[in-house]
Design a protein around this ligand. Structure first.
Ligand SMILES: CC(C)(COP(=O)(O)OP(=O)(O)OC[C@H]1O[C@@H](n2cnc3c(N)ncnc32)[C@H](O)[C@@H]1OP(=O)(O)O)[C@@H](O)C(=O)NCCC(=O)NCCS
Length: 142
């Protein structure tokens, strides 16, 4: 199967079971504030059209969440099912994410990858993303 068979579209409520299954497999160590139902609920309330899924033969096997805040575009939860990797599907998901962000006037995309995630770092470099010399901050809001 090549990337040409992949259908990329915005998330719909019928995708919930597939998406939660995919994320549970791909992100088993996500912190509690990244609970899949919560991520989905919050994203559907803000730019829901930028929550993309990739479907092969009627099954969701890839996701990417995008956002544009008027200054930067951000990418989260890019995931391809482990059984479907290295067929160009991750690249195709990112190309569609970039296309949609560019169409909104977004000039630059930022994203974060855990430093230990060497394969994913190589993936993003292959797509033209550069490691930037910033310190990443975060704060949980109550
Ligand atoms: C990152 C990820 C989405 C890539 O998906 P994919 O469909 O396998 O990627 P592609 O097939 O489109 O890869 C495109 C190119 O990127 C590079 N690449 C992809 N995965 C790589 C890896 N593990 N190591 C080194 N290079 C890699 C290769 O150059 C590849 O081209 P090639 O297969 O012709 O050599 C997938 O590995 C994944 O879901 N990882 C876990 C989730 C994650 O950590 N996501 C990022 C957090 S936002």
């Amino acid at each position: 199967m090549n990337a040409g068979s992949l259908v990329i579209r915005s998330y719909s409520e019928d995708d919930e079971t597939d998406v939660i299954g995919l994320w549970t497999t791909v992100f088993p160590n996500d912190p509690p504030w990244n609970d899949p139902p919560g991520i989905i609920r919050r994203k559907l309330a803000v730019q829901r059209e930028l929550f993309l899924v990739g479907e092969l033969a009627g099954r969701v096997i890839a996701t990417v969440i995008c956002g544009y805040d008027g200054f930067r575009g951000w990418i989260y939860h890019l995931a391809v099912s482990p059984t479907e990797r290295r067929r160009g599907l991750g690249r195709a998901m990112m190309a569609e994410a970039e296309r949609r962000l560019r169409a909104l006037g977004c000039p630059k995309i930022n994203l974060q990858v855990r430093a230990a995630n060497a394969g994913v770092i190589e993936f993003y470099k292959t797509l033209g993303y550069a490691v930037e010399d910033h310190t990443s901050f975060g704060k949980l809001l109550d």
